[in-house]
Design a protein around this ligand. Structure first.
Ligand code: ADP
Ligand code: MP5
Length: 267
């Protein structure tokens, strides 16, 4: 069985972060492992408090995992501060980690700053070059590149800019577009659009987390970057179509293993 690691924050309501990632790993038939960077007190209505783990326990969690077993792929989600980013970057280099997906989580759907603004530069210089695939949403791509993104043309431009800045493959996610949910893939050579209609639901808590966890799962199973992203796009679309009206706000996605089998999602 392929072994996939998530390095991310905990979400008490179970829709985003570590919890979304482990549910995705389970549904996609891979073995999930976790390094917790922060504990958030949040629900479907918002993030109410955050405690970052200290750097030493983050480093020790990473060392414990890599010292004990191979890691076929990993994803990085919420990393709040520059010093947390630095410890993760140096640990991943030390263990020669491969198949790294970086979801540059910055602001939650409810508007909470999960990454300190002064840490964006550290993320750009220390983590972006280590990642095989970077998956910013539109506001994150705007903060990384400094350009305003209103549609597909600017998503393409931003993807190219991020590759020029040292990213390897970039997927700019279009979940924040008004009437569309197309994503842009660019690996420095091939650029293509993954078209998708916008699903009419308010329950999209943890879409970015789930998508990056699915990409990591498929990379770990040995799919090419392009195939991993295309398969993950089918997974996230199915999970949003089957999202759950749990809680009083933005509800979570449906990670139901039988559902993906029935939808023909490739294991
Ligand atoms: N309402 C929706 N209908 C269909 N796909 C969506 C919808 N919302 C988000 N997505 C898709 O979910 C994935 C995550 O995107 P996004 O929501 O932009 O990420 P984030 O959670 O980081 O803001 C992308 O593939 C995006 O196109
Ligand atoms: C621990 C954690 N990680 C990531 C997100 C982003 O998810 P979303 O953009 O759906 O709020 C979150 N809310 N909480």
């Amino acid at each position: 069985m392929r072994k996939i690691l998530t390095i991310a924050g905990s979400d008490s309501i179970g829709g985003a972060g570590i919890q979304a990632d482990l549910k995705t790993f389970c549904a996609l038939g891979v073995y999930g492992m976790s390094v917790i960077t922060a504990v958030t007190a949040q629900n479907t209505r918002g993030v109410f408090d955050v405690r970052n783990m200290d750097e030493s326990i983050i480093k020790e969690q990473i060392d414990c995992v890599f010292d004990d077993t191979d890691v076929d792929a990993l994803k990085i989600g919420m990393v709040s501060t520059g010093s947390i980013i630095e410890v993760i970057a140096s640990s991943l280099k030390k263990w020669k980690a491969q198949n790294i997906v970086l979801d540059p989580v910055m602001i939650s759907k409810s508007g909470y700053y999960l990454l300190k603004t002064d840490a964006i530069n550290v993320l750009k210089t220390k983590l972006m070059p280590l990642a095989d695939i970077l998956t910013p949403n539109i506001p994150e791509a705007e903060l990384i590149t400094g350009i305003k993104i209103n549609g597909i043309d600017e998503m393409k431009k931003a993807a190219k800019m991020m590759v020029d800045m040292g990213a390897n493959t970039v997927v700019v996610k279009g979940g924040h577009l008004i009437n569309d949910a197309a994503d842009v893939f660019y690996d420095g050579k091939e650029l293509f659009i993954m078209p998708e209609d916008k699903i009419n639901t308010k329950n999209t808590h943890g879409t970015g987390c789930t998508y990056s966890a699915a990409i990591a799962s498929y990379l770990g199973k040995g799919f090419s970057e392009k195939e991993a992203v295309l398969n993950a796009k089918r997974y996230i679309t199915t999970a949003i179509k089957n999202s759950l009206s749990i809680g009083k706000g933005v509800g979570p996605l449906g990670h139901l293993i039988d559902l993906y089998r029935r939808a023909g999602v490739d294991y």
